[in-house]
Design a protein around this ligand. Sequence first.
Ligand SMILES: [Mg+2]
Length: 412
Amino acid sequence: MLAEKFDVFLFDLDGVIYIGGKLLPGVKETLAQLRRLNKRIYFLTNDPIPTRRQFVERLQGLGIEAHLDEIISSGWATAKTLRLMEINSVYVLGSDGLKTEIRGFGIDVVEKSDCQAVVVGHDDQLSYGHIRQAIQLIHRGAKFIATNVDATFPGPEGPCPGTGAIVSAVQTSSGRRPVIIGKPYPPMFRTVLDHLDPHLRVAMVGDNPYTDILGAHQQGITAILRSDKAVDFPSPKDFRIPDARITNLKELFTPAITARPWGKPPYAWPETVEPAVAAVVFDGDGRILLIKRVDFDVWGLPTGHIEPGETVQEAVIREVYEETGLRVKVSRYIGVYSDPMYLVVSHPSGKVCHYITSCMECKIVGGYLRADCVETAEVAFFELDNLPTNLLTLHGEWLRDVLNRDNAGVLR
Ligand SMILES: [Mg+2]
């Protein structure tokens, strides 16, 4: 029985507690029963429109016990994050409720003047002029913050465009990626989890695999899907696969329903899988070329992406030339590397990529180490028996595969 397995329940609202303002069956009695058993309850909603107080009133109006400190809404969490970022003035594409939450943290909401951040929430009165102003403020240096990026939300007559549609418009035109506060990103989960005794057992109950289930799994907690339909993802390693599914909240008390244990892998969930190349370049004396980028205090092999239309050989030749000024030719394939433990990379922008890297041995055929390369990185040749200690772990493994000639063509 799921109710027995957990001490704290995080409930999504839309699609779990109610749909379009109508309470779902089994909710009222299940929440009351959980409270009788002294379970802790929080409501985590990506809906950025109402204030937290309005959510309490809405739930109480539906006959559900709810308290202000149990409501974690994306609008309120955004306002709290703005305060932590020491932002004092914002332009808001969003509801009056969102603006109220932001002002509640002592932050000015401006209409025309410059500001420190543009906040995008849900605004059903949105116009072209609002989007234009948002992107011009971002262009002039304002930070770009989104309450959430849900593609849709459930309406009584079917799905309605969610905040994600508005965020996409601003993102497309500004060319900037926002800081995102709502599920599946960490801030709303951390607001609860950071204040709980770590021994408490926590489960998220949500209806959306892309926000509720993924977000819970990223934080290492169990995720229960409330849905009439099973969800399916091609890989069994997918973070969006729930640990249990229920159709009605009452099933938290069904003896036969249990959850698989969730063990979070030690890498973030990648948004994209991208092809990449790496070069093992020897000079005439058998020394190996390594690069240490100024913003990254470890040595590594020259690596890079593949341009549209390029072969992996063309890509590795171009990358080595761009990074060092040396002309090379590919002499041997070393292997294709794909282990997410090493090849999932979280970029400073927030983007997380899983790189599938083709590693090739290369020989220098011309060029010279260019001075302009040395400005952005340190480039040097190393004897194989005297490699730097701060060499990327994975690149060290690739080098071992290069030196072990029998290992050519390995897959990892
Ligand atoms: Mg939902």
